[in-house]
Design a binder for this molecule. Structure first.
Ligand code: PLP
Length: 428
């Protein structure tokens, strides 16, 4: 077998072969330029905003959709329109992007974290009830890395305790639980369409719900708390607190254009992921993700598990093993990355608890309780972060030819535990 690239051998993946996401086409350019020519640059009744909302609601099979300027704004709208108020507690996973928790704080409410399911990395429904208190008003399942959460048990718990369910589907466009799209099961849901997402517009968000009141509330929140009716003179009267969450028409046009290729692109991600998982299963030292039969993930990220014991390196500390393997893979042209380095409750914002200042919202009189956050309370999240990393490039316009080269690269690196040890010992 050839020498590892890190020690001077040839690369498994030629330089320049891995393409970035999202693929941009002439049709995307034409769609954005058509906005330029139309001179309609914004507005909640602008043509691309309206068409995009209809397209996304139809795709999910939900009644209402509102396009916004980020996933965070869409998710904040989902929290607010679900009826979360100052001092309420919202339960969410310790493994997520911190924006999930920020949207709860933005509503002057309190995030309460729960550990994740072993092997699956979504909120563990078995651990939710222990965290429910008199203050709990909602649960936020986060369909992380494109993996749908265990929605049946979550909805059952919510029903039993009279809680709302707010979906964070920012990473999960088109994923399904028992045949239903994530975003169509929850009371309110936020999606992100930022650059990296399966449905991408550069920056943007989509709020969805089946609830008419939440939809009407959402429209006000998106535009300064005003009721702006297309074709009627603006009142300039705020009916309540609102934000400026409107999206730009360039972005809406790009999103709509990308949406036309979105199902095909998702199918490609699934095809690549299934191939990689079946191949990695046969390579000692690493493994692809585990998918329960009732869940259809869309692989926003393709996650790889590191298993040093399988190559006789069980005594090497995980971090050193992982770093060495990633270094060898990177030299082969196989890029991996660490998404999240600690449980969200271990981040400084939850240690300092300054919030808006003066400790608000934790010190808010409507809360009236003390809460402490400690990253060590989430052992499954910590273990998941330690043992996993994501693999770049598992999406179109990359092709199966790249996935095959990835497999060859993994086979090459993982069959050389002695070389991995050299890297662990700092010999390169
Ligand atoms: C799980 C999760 N929630 C919320 C967000 C926020 O989305 P955005 O970056 O579009 O505001 C993101 C995206 O980065 C995310 O991954």
């Amino acid at each position: 077998m050839q020498e590892l690239a890190v020690f001077g051998g040839p690369r498994a993946v030629p330089a320049g072969m891995v393409k970035t996401w999202p693929p941009l086409t002439q049709a995307d350019r034409d769609a954005v330029m058509a906005v330029f020519d139309s001179n309609i640059l914004h507005g909640t009744a602008a043509p691309n905003a309206v068409k995009l909302q209809e397209a996304w609601a139809n795709f999910l099979g939900v009644k209402y959709c509102l396009v916004t300027n980020s996933g965070t704004s869409a998710l904040h709208m989902a929290v607010a329109t679900a009826g979360i108020e100052p001092g309420d507690e919202v339960i969410l996973p310790a493994f997520t992007f911190w924006a999930s928790a920020a949207t709860v704080l933005h509503q002057n409410a309190i995030p309460v974290f729960v550990d994740i399911e072993p092997k699956i990395w979504c909120i563990d429904p078995k651990k939710i009830e222990a965290k429910i208190s008199k203050k709990t008003k909602g649960i936020m399942p986060v369909h992380i890395h494109g993996m749908p959460c265990a929605m049946d048990p979550i909805m059952k718990i919510a029903k039993k305790h009279g809680l709302v369910v707010i979906g964070d589907a920012c990473q999960a466009h088109g994923s399904k639980y028992k045949g239903k799209y994530t975003g169509s099961i929850e009371d309110t849901t936020g999606f992100s369409t930022n650059r990296s997402k399966n449905l991408s517009s550069g920056e943007g968000g989509l709020f969805v719900t089946n609830n008419e009141d939440a939809y009407n509330h959402g429209k006000k929140l998106r535009e300064f708390g005003e009721v702006v009716v297309h074709g009627k003179e603006r009142e300039y009267n705020a009916y309540g607190l609102g934000w400026m969450y409107r999206a730009h028409e360039f972005v809406n046009a790009l999103c709509l254009s990308q949406f036309k290729r979105f199902p095909k692109n998702n199918a490609k991600r699934q095809e690549f992921a299934q191939y990689l998982t079946s191949e990695l299963e046969q390579i000692p030292g690493v493994a692809g993700p585990y998918t329960p039969p009732e869940r259809e993930p869309v692989y926003f990220s393709y996650i790889v598990e590191f298993r040093p014991k399988e190559v006789g390196l069980g005594d090497v500390p995980m971090e050193k093993y992982k770093t060495a393997v990633q270094k060898a893979l990177a030299a082969e042209g196989i890029g991996m990355g660490q998404w999240q380095k600690m449980p969200v409750p271990a981040q400084s914002v939850f240690k300092d608890m300054k919030g808006y200042g003066k400790g608000c919202p934790w010190t808010c009189k409507f809360y009236g309780k003390k809460i402490k956050y400690d990253g060590a309370d989430y052992p499954v999240t910590n273990q998941f972060i330690a043992e996993h990393a994501y693999l770049t490039g598992v999406y179109p316009p990359n092709t199966m030819a790249l996935m095959k080269r990835y497999v060859k690269g993994f086979q090459k690196v993982m069959s050389r535990p002695k070389d991995i040890m050299k890297l662990v010992d700092g010999k390169k």
